[in-house]
Design a protein. Structure first.
Length: 242
């Protein structure tokens, strides 16, 4: 199962949020103007200047542009230092990106897989209530990646992540409870998490939702699935205050 589903562009979200505030640097303001006009390459050059002067969001955005190849030649080697700069200044999304480089390793960026470094940065982001970081901490504790294997601790992190509406967590919990993977089989709870994944997933994620549904359907009967949908609605009523 993919652990990182497609989502709306983080760059677009950050730019939208940043427009609501007064930027601390003129270069950053100019970069926003250029980005909005469609000149992403020129925007990146302005943000590089701000990143050099310690602007955290500018550093993250330059990293994102290098990683995505939007306006800049795609390069994980050049993206990583910008993510690390922003991560060290407390930017939670940059901390996740930094953690993922260590979690997976990256030959181009000359980064070896290092679970200890990955879990350090996921921890930092999780302290800022990142559902994605909490998901990875759940996986790492369950699998014993960089820490002693602890299924209970992994489930605790996954429960915290689920409360952030993180769809990969809903899908993993569907599999865990359907198959009894380290827990007692609970098909109704599995059906509930599948219903939540369907409710909160992006339409572009139809394939991964279908894959998990097909992988778990033999564990969940029709009555259990119906009860799971009911439990999902109760969960939504209790937790979704957005």
């Amino acid at each position: 199962m993919s652990r990182h589903l497609l989502k709306s562009s983080l760059l677009q979200i950050l730019v939208f949020l940043t427009l609501s505030f007064n930027a601390a640097h003129a270069d950053f303001d100019r970069g926003l103007e250029l980005y909005q006009s469609g000149d992403v390459t020129a925007a990146a050059e302005e943000w590089k200047l701000d990143a050099a002067n310690g602007h955290v969001i500018a550093a993250f955005l330059v990293g994102h542009l290098y990683k995505s190849g939007n306006g800049l030649t795609q390069s994980d080697r050049l993206a990583f230092p910008y993510f690390l700069q922003a991560a060290q200044r407390g930017h939670s999304d940059a901390q996740i990106q930094t953690a993922l480089y260590y979690y997976n390793g990256d030959e181009e960026a000359d980064i070896d897989q290092n679970y200890a470094e990955a879990i350090k940065w996921f921890d930092e982001a999780a302290l800022q209530f990142s559902g994605e970081a909490q998901y990875y901490l759940g996986v790492m504790h369950r699998e014993g990646q960089g820490v002693a294997r602890d299924r209970a601790e992994g489930l605790r992190w996954l429960s915290l992540s689920a409360n952030k509406f993180y769809v990969p967590t809903f899908l993993l919990l569907t599999e865990i409870y359907a198959k009894g993977d380290g827990v007692v089989e609970e098909p109704v709870k599995a059906a509930m998490y599948m219903a939540l994944a369907q409710r909160y997933s992006d339409p572009s994620n139809t394939d991964i939702i279908s894959d998990v549904y097909d992988a778990t359907k033999r564990y969940i009967g029709a009555e259990e699935r119906a009860e799971g949908r009911l439990q999902a609605q109760l969960w939504i009523n209790a937790n979704d205050k957005r």
